[in-house]
Design a binder for this molecule. Structure first.
Ligand SMILES: C[S@@+](CC[C@H](N)C(=O)[O-])C[C@H]1O[C@@H](n2cnc3c(N)ncnc32)[C@H](O)[C@@H]1O
Length: 531
């Protein structure tokens, strides 16, 4: 069954393929960890069965499949053009545990089997109502009993204002023939409105709020978000009610810091706790109004698991997780293990002030090991060694600190530690799939990115691309430097010093050794070196 809107969408996605890349918030390791944090045991990603709905060219699914050879992944997408592109890319990597199929979500049935994780990112709001229902149906019928589903979607109230901008863009850009024309006419409309809007009007306020997003986004995003045939935001509470009609219950948000009322200030906390009477969904709906939220990434589970969900964090579960974080003192200096308050920068541009030696030691250990994640036992042992305090003394305050950082969103968690290198090995090793990625070849273009062990897209310099294929655990730093020197001699790489190409052997040797050291430092920090 293919209705006319579905064929319009197919044509649209065939003509304007989406940039297909990893989204860290959808990774199974992340979903497993969040389920665990909130009281549920979810299947291990290592051998999970995974389904991605609307997978485009599989850029989100294939790095997961590469990390877990014993898992099985299936991605479906309506656009045969994108699926074919993905199949070619998967063919290059040689992965045999992932399949992409050109298929309509609405036609998935029980014969597809059960999946431990079902991911549907950037699809739900952008498809007609019957396909939205099919997404929820599949997330219910095809989900294993202890599985986790992830669906992202646009929400009100934030999208109320954006809809005005979208409607104006469609009015002028919609009737044009090609995507480029649509975008160009739509941009023209916005320029006209910006120049003509009255200073005190709702339109002016709306444009002030939305134009930075329009200006800061690439064409692919704008076409899909603002000019696509479908974009139907809803309120969070409505989404949860629809999911409930399909036998699914709300578990968590993929960005858990948004769920904790204490992050919204004292004035909000007390009245909301009183008003919402323990309903997490109602409280988060109130918070959506407060922050004018535009987008949600919701984790769902089967309804019969709802009684086990706990939003009050449990110390035993906190203790069973491993943690990762980045911390640097604001003044650029080292952490001093004394009681002098030290303001510092943490991940996601968060600021925290560390006051106790054991807090600073915790931040120090996490930062040194990052991007490896540190199990609580190892963290406690190290903090105890650095502060000279017995483990029994540091345990409670370190766990309390981790809880605070977690609520704030300043640390990441994993149920199974991330196997990223905490130090640079004498024989450094990157994941096979990363080393063999076809985009790494220098002739593939000036820019290239790859997926790291945290399921993030990271950019690579030309030098890093040159070295990555050799990071197989069999090349010493010296051998890597010699490879760079040989590339320079063959004029495939050119090193410039004092504005002149570096050609003398001694200079080349010293320079390439330095470059290898710097590149390995950066590759480790980017999460591309395996433990
Ligand atoms: C905005 S893109 C998102 C792609 C990808 N999940 C991402 O976030 O990068 C939406 C995708 O959903 C696919 N899609 C839309 N309707 C579909 C349907 N009924 N069945 C399968 N895929 C569909 C489109 O072809 C497109 O690739």
């Amino acid at each position: 069954m293919t209705d006319s809107l579905t064929s319009t969408l197919t044509d649209y996605y065939d003509a304007v393929p989406y940039d297909s890349h990893p989204f860290p918030q959808t990774s199974m390791e992340h979903l497993e960890s969040l389920a665990f944090l909130f009281g549920l045991d979810a299947p291990s990603p290592a051998n999970a069965r995974v389904l991605e709905l609307g997978c485009a060219a599989g850029g989100n699914l294939s790095p997961f499949a590469a990390r877990h050879p014993d898992s099985r992944s299936l991605g479906v997408d309506l656009s045969s053009v994108q699926v074919a592109q993905g199949q070619v890319a998967i063919g290059h990597t040689g992965l045999s545990n992932i399949e992409l199929r050109a298929f309509n979500i609405a036609e998935i049935d029980a014969s597809f089997g059960q999946f431990d994780y079902i991911v549907c990112h950037g699809v739900y709001s952008w498809v007609p109502g019957p396909v939205q229902d099919a997404i929820l149906r599949v997330c219910s019928e095809n989900l294993a009993p202890n599985g986790v589903a992830y669906i992202s979607y646009n929400v009100y109230p934030g999208w109320k204002a954006r809809e005005i901008v979208r409607d104006a863009m469609i009015l002028r850009g919609g009737p044009r023939d090609t995507p480029d024309e649509k975008l160009s006419y739509a941009r023209g409309m916005l320029e006209f409105l910006e120049q003509s809007a009255r200073a005190d009007s709702v339109l002016k306020k709306t444009l002030d709020e939305t134009m930075p997003i329009v200006r800061g986004s690439n064409s692919s995003y704008l076409l899909h978000e603002f000019l696509e045939p479908c974009n139907a935001p809803c309120y969070f509470k409505e989404f949860v009610a629809r999911a409930s009609a399909h036998g699914l219950a709300y578990l968590a948000d993929a960005e858990p810091s948004t769920m904790f009322v204490q992050n919204y200030g004292e004035k909000v906390r007390e009245p909301l706790l009183r008003e919402c009477g323990g309903s997490q969904v109602m409280m988060e709906q109130y918070l959506d109004f407060l922050v004018n939220r535009t987008f949600r990434q919701t984790l769902l589970v089967k309804q019969d698991r709802a009684p086990d969900i706990r939003y009050r964090l449990d110390t035993e579960r906190m203790r069973a997780l491993s943690y990762a974080g980045v911390f640097s003192a604001e003044d650029g200096g080292p952490f001093t293990l004394d009681s002098q308050p030290q303001p510092c920068n943490a991940m996601r541009n968060l600021k925290v002030t560390l006051r106790l030696p054991l807090h600073k030691a915790t931040a120090q250990v996490l930062d040194e090991r990052y991007p490896a994640s540190v199990p609580v036992d190892a963290l406690l042992a190290e903090v105890s060694a650095r502060t000279g305090e017995p483990r029994a003394v540091v345990e409670a305050p370190v766990l309390a600190m981790l809880e605070e950082l977690l609520i704030l969103g300043a640390v990441r968690i994993r149920r199974t530690p991330v196997q990223a290198a905490a130090v640079i090995d004498a024989l450094p090793r990157a994941q096979d799939a990363v080393r063999k990625a076809p985009g790494l070849a220098l002739e593939a273009g000036a820019t290239a990115g790859t997926c790291n062990l945290w399921h993030e897209l990271v950019a690579l310099s030309l030098l890093e691309r040159c070295l990555l294929p050799l990071l197989d655990g069999a090349h010493t730093h010296e051998a890597l430097a010699e490879h760079l020197a040989a590339e320079a001699r063959a004029e495939r790489l050119r090193f410039i010093k004092d504005e002149k190409p570096l050609t003398d052997e001694n200079g080349l040797r010293e320079f390439t050794q330095q470059q290898v050291a710097l590149a390995l430092r950066d590759l480790r920090r980017k999460g591309l070196l395996a433990a």
